[in-house]
Design a protein around this ligand. Structure first.
Ligand SMILES: [Zn+2]
Length: 421
């Protein structure tokens, strides 16, 4: 073996060892923790210039001026050829290269749009929408990725009607509020503000219960990482089941109380960030130091449960997205109270979806992520529930909906076993 090859292998091994992981454990390509991500003190970020970029002579217009938008600069390269620069909020940063823009034209035409990235690489298949609400992936023949330059080239058919192009469906503060307020119409769902983000956006909590003095609790959070839209889709399907009309859900709500923080990082989501909050920090590395207002608001709310020693948290679940569906669970030697809840829950899911190869990755408590905090504080069974970036949306909703039923069944069985002892 040549000396250069050997050095390359050695460096690759060191790189893999030190760059860690997608959410916490495991080594996923393109999705690692950059140096300094667990230093959660304030960092400087660059906000985008929000505006319409007009190419008057071509009659073509681009805009990043909407919640979730990300387009840092654009130049015209040819008659119907544009090159867009996408930058992160700050760097170094995990490669979750988010982009979102609107485009329209005076006359119908096909344009080529190149996406170039600073401090990252193309990751997400483009999603298109005509109304900002319903989305379809761009068909494969209309886009290609240059795997040496890490750019993407999109063929877009544009006209006077606005075309929305984004890394994932846009689910920003407005969509979350609509969803929360819709569920809050039910008598057993309430909502309140538990704090504010750096930029002053509300952090909203939902509480779901029909038990007047519930002492049994489940804690749910989502969207610490702005581009992780499929995690939010899964969280919504999961919570809708718990707040649903089934007999199981009604029985569950008479025994348990559920606290949900659907949107942990509203600044990151609405500013079109790749990963961080408005102080350039990965919130899911701040569950030890709690330097950031968003994580502090969640911690302070959840810790109120400790005011009454009878309160017990059974599950803590944090919804995310990564390259594939995966459940990051606790190492099997970590004793939860009660024991074995996660195994019983996941086994129900395996039995219900026999053709679904459920991917579980148990891990230790080394990383300052929410999952480990739920365990440290409450000895709760805790899970980082990850949906794949490009997982089929209907399938991931069905999986999450059943996962909620399986969790409710598992918990009701576990308390009836307790009572019969
Ligand atoms: Zn994440």
């Amino acid at each position: 073996m040549k000396r250069n090859t050997l050095i390359l292998i050695l460096f690759s091994a060191i790189f893999i060892l030190f760059t860690g992981c997608s959410e916490q454990e495991g080594n996923k390509p393109l999705s690692y923790d950059p140096p300094g991500s667990t230093d959660t003190r304030d960092k400087k970020i660059s906000l985008q210039d929000r505006r319409t970029f007009a190419f008057e002579s071509a009659g073509v217009f681009f805009s990043n001026d909407f919640a979730g938008g990300r387009l840092n600069a654009i130049e015209q390269k040819g008659e119907q050829h544009y090159s867009i620069l996408i930058q992160p909020e700050n760097a170094p940063i995990n490669n979750s290269a988010w982009y979102a823009f609107k485009v329209w034209a005076a006359k119908p035409q096909r344009v080529q749009v190149e996406l170039r990235y600073e401090d990252g690489r193309h990751r997400y298949i483009p999603k298109l929408s005509r109304d900002g609400e319903t989305w379809q992936p761009l068909t494969p023949e209309k886009f290609s990725v240059d795997t040496t330059r890490y750019t993407a080239l999109l063929q877009l058919d544009i006209s006077r009607d606005t075309l929305w192009v984004a890394a994932q469906e846009l689910i920003t503060t407005a969509q979350f509020n609509r969803w929360i307020d819709g569920l809050a119409g039910k008598p057993y769902v309430s909502t309140r503000e538990i704090g504010r983000s750096h930029m002053g956006r509300p952090i909203r909590l939902m509480e779901i219960s029909e038990a007047p003095d519930a002492r049994k609790h489940v804690l749910i959070i989502s969207r610490q990482h702005p581009p992780e839209v499929t995690g939010s889709l899964a969280m919504m399907a999961f919570v809708e089941k718990i707040a649903g009309e089934s007999a199981l859900a009604a029985r569950f709500r008479k025994q348990f109380a559920v606290k949900v923080i659907p949107l942990m990082n509203p600044d990151g989501v609405d500013e079109g960030h790749w990963r961080h909050n408005a102080r350039g920090v990965d919130l899911n590395r701040d569950w030890y130091n709690f330097n950031q207002p968003e994580t502090r608001a969640a911690r302070d709310e959840f810790l109120k449960l400790k005011d009454n020693p009878e309160n017990r948290v059974y599950f803590g679940i944090d919804f995310h997205s990564t390259q594939e569906d995966i459940f990051y669970t606790l190492a099997k030697d970590l004793k939860t109270v009660p024991e074995g809840l996660t195994d019983r829950w996941l086994n129900k899911i395996r039995a219900h979806f026999p053709d679904y190869a459920l991917n579980e990755d148990p891990g230790g408590l080394g990383s300052p992520v929410s999952k480990n905090w739920f365990y440290r504080e409450f000895q709760a069974a805790s899970v980082t529930y990850e949906s794949g970036d490009e997982s089929d949306r209907q399938a991931l909703r069905e999986l999450a909906a059943y996962a909620a039923e399986a969790m409710m069944e598992t918990l009701l069985e576990s308390i009836s076993a307790d009572n019969s002892q």
